[in-house]
Ligand binder design. Structure first.
Ligand code: ATP
Ligand code: MG
Length: 614
């Protein structure tokens, strides 16, 4: 029932179309029910009339036969060919009508499925967009891709064909049974005697299949994750000459998947022949019982013929039941997996939205404590407090893993602190809407990422309608304009990323800097963003950055002291604690951690200089 509700939820407003298509199918099946009746009339009336030389001419008993009698020519010996042709004609018309209704029903449900599944795909994608970073950092990309493609496809197939089949099967079963019952109730009950057995074995099969299929799909996820990770990290694989190791890993997982597929096949090998046996046994019982009824004058030969046709019609849904139950098992797993995404909590986007109003950029961290995971040995941020005036340039320095990026992530509300408060312009950041807050930040992330599109589109990501002049201005500021125009084949129209030109690490970083500058943010954050450029380029970028940072609050995370010594204040972090704070001069005077790093960097630089001179 729960699955039916979820399926209806997915079918959305198109469920009305399904109901309509179901109605058409039911009509088509009830029309279909007339065909065995024609057989019955042909045997019982026409043939018997002919064989008795026109002596036996029984009156029609039931309303269906009466109706059919009324539309065929009058029963006369010299009229027999015409009667047979008329009956054939009616048979043909019934087939045509039945075909039209059935085809229209299927066409409606098929097109409704496409619409509903498109909406589901859109919804899933939109939902994934709104899931928090915490979800994304824990869920492998390959798994999400598998759910949005493989599982949605399984559901699509089921909705397009099987939902209609369920209606068809129920209508066929009911219709055929009612027609049989109208001829002879006892016989019709005998004709469905073993059906409960098929039903019970189908339920058992369904339960078992679900377990196996869920495991099979987990293995499928693993394969997708392996392929996705392998392709993303193909350079590492090749650099370590680990192709064979990767192949072995894939082959092993692929074999595990095959084992589960095999288990499923084994189950099918038991289930399908068993139900087939029950069905054929049922038909055999019906054939013999029918013969018995005819011999005891409880059934005419024509009725027996019609009965046989109806019992075959009952057998069809029973045979389909197995396949349907099998597909249903797989589909319920797909529904579970799709809903495990849809039921995941989205980010809370509520809060005040100040539209285009700017932030002043006053920031305060008050006793902020944070851990990514519960029960971690050591806090990632250990009750830190600091205050930044509007327009101040702050540097964050500290060893790797100290918590620098984490501070930025909290500021942008990728995560919320476990305790303490973060204020911007005197207000708790939780009171701003995330959309507004993030729109006011300009961040150059630690790992540069470009989309597979033109350089222009990458730079103008925040506002795709930007004029090329603005794009060029940002590119110039990020010191990448010359490279774009002189090195890249199509200048700003050069496609980068997977289907285009591959940029060097430093070039990528500069494009992402240009992208951030285009946004004209109130608070700028550069997370180690000049780490992969040479000193000369770094100097150029910093010059540009300085002019753009004018009047704006800015965070600069860097490992090189030369990149940050001009900042208004430097916050030194270690193991989630602020250990020193002040201007470059103050920190040098203080002679602590900062001074130690400074001395090391200076001596390294001097060594390099000395080596290049000699
Ligand atoms: N998404 C995450 N989930 C769990 N732990 C994380 C996550 N991101 C970072 N950490 C952990 O938090 C700690 C601080 O990480 P953070 O990225 O803030 O360091 P950092 O100071 O920016 O270092 P680096 O200079 O190397 O960039 C590290 O110990 C890291 O293992
Ligand atoms: Mg970092």
């Amino acid at each position: 029932m729960n699955y039916l509700r979820k399926l209806f939820q997915i079918l959305g407003k198109w469920k009305v179309h399904y109901i309509f298509s179901g109605l058409l199918l039911i009509i088509s099946i009830f029309i279909r029910m007339l065909q065995p009746k024609i057989l019955q009339i042909t045997v019982d009336k026409v043939i018997v009339y002919f064989q008795s030389g026109g002596k036996i001419n029984t009156v029609p008993e039931d309303s269906v036969t009466k109706f059919l009698y009324s539309v065929i020519p009058e029963m006369k010996v010299d009229n027999l060919s015409l009667i047979l042709i008329s009956l054939g004609g009616i048979f043909l018309i019934i087939s045509l009508l039945r075909g039209i209704f059935a085809f229209s029903g299927s066409a409606i449900s098929a097109s409704s499925t496409e619409k509903a599944i498109k909406k589901l795909r859109d919804k899933l994608f939109a939902h994934i967009q709104a899931l928090p970073i915490a979800y994304h950092s824990k869920t492998p990309t390959g798994e999400l891709i598998q759910r949005c493609t493989g599982d949605v496809e399984a559901l699509r197939k089921f909705a397009a064909t099987q939902v209609v089949d369920v209606i068809r099967m129920c209508a066929l079963f009911t219709g055929a049974f009612l027609m049989m019952a109208s001829i002879n109730l006892t016989y019709s009950l005998i004709a469905i005697l073993f059906i409960p057995l098929i039903f019970i074995s189908s339920i058992l099969f369904f339960k078992k299949e679900r377990i196996i299929w869920a495991e099979h799909e987990k293995k499928q996820d693993q394969l997708s994750i392996t392929v996705q990770e392998n392709l993303s990290g193909i350079r590492v694989v090749k650099a370590f000459a680990k192709e064979n190791f990767e192949i072995e890993k894939f082959t092993k997982q692929n074999e595990e998947k095959r084992q589960w597929a095999l288990k499923l096949l084994k189950l099918h090998r038991v289930f399908f022949p068993t139900t087939d046996f029950f069905i054929h046994f049922q038909i055999a019982v019906s054939v013999f019982a029918g013969g018995y009824f005819v011999l005891h004058n409880q059934l005419t030969v024509g009725e027996y013929t019609a009965f046989y046709s109806y019992s075959m019609l009952v057998a069809w849904p029973m045979r389909r039941l197995g396949q349907l139950v099998s597909d249903l098992g797989m589909t319920t797993i797909a529904i579970d997996r799709i809903f495990s995404i849809l039921d995941s909590k989205q980010e809370n986007y509520k809060g005040e939205d100040f539209k285009d109003n700017k932030l002043k950029g006053e920031i305060e961290f008050k006793d902020v404590a944070f851990n990514y995971e519960e029960n971690e040995k050591q806090r990632v941020l250990n009750r830190i407090s600091f205050k930044i005036k509007a327009g101040e340039k702050i540097a964050l320095l500290g060893p790797t893993g100290a918590g620098k990026t984490t501070i930025i992530s909290l500021l942008m509300r990728f995560f919320d602190p476990d305790s303490g408060e973060i204020l911007i312009d005197g207000k708790d950041i939780k009171s701003y809407s995330k959309e507004y807050l993030r729109s006011r930040f300009g961040v150059v992330l630690q790992k540069p990422f470009l989309f597979s599109t033109t350089i222009k589109n990458n730079i103008a990501y925040a506002d795709p309608d930007s004029h090329i002049e603005q794009v060029i201005k940002a590119a110039k500021a990020a010191n990448i304009h010359d490279i774009i125009t002189e090195v890249f084949p199509d200048s700003y129209e050069t496609i980068v990323g997977e289907k285009g030109v591959t940029l060097s690490g430093g070039q990528k970083q500069r494009v992402t800097i240009a992208r951030t500058l285009m946004k004209n943010p109130d608070i700028l954050i550069f997370d180690d963003s000049t780490s992969s450029v040479d000193s000369e380029t770094e100097f150029e970028i910093q010059k540009a950055m300085r002019s753009l940072m004018k009047g704006k609050t800015a965070f600069i995370i860097a490992h090189r002291i030369t990149s940050i010594q001009d900042c208004d204040r430097i916050i030194v972090l270690d193991k989630g604690n602020i250990i020193e704070e002040g201007t470059h001069e103050e920190l040098i005077m203080h002679n602590g951690f900062y001074k130690k790093i400074y001395d090391i960097q200076i001596s390294i630089e001097e060594e390099i200089k000395a080596e290049t001179i000699y």
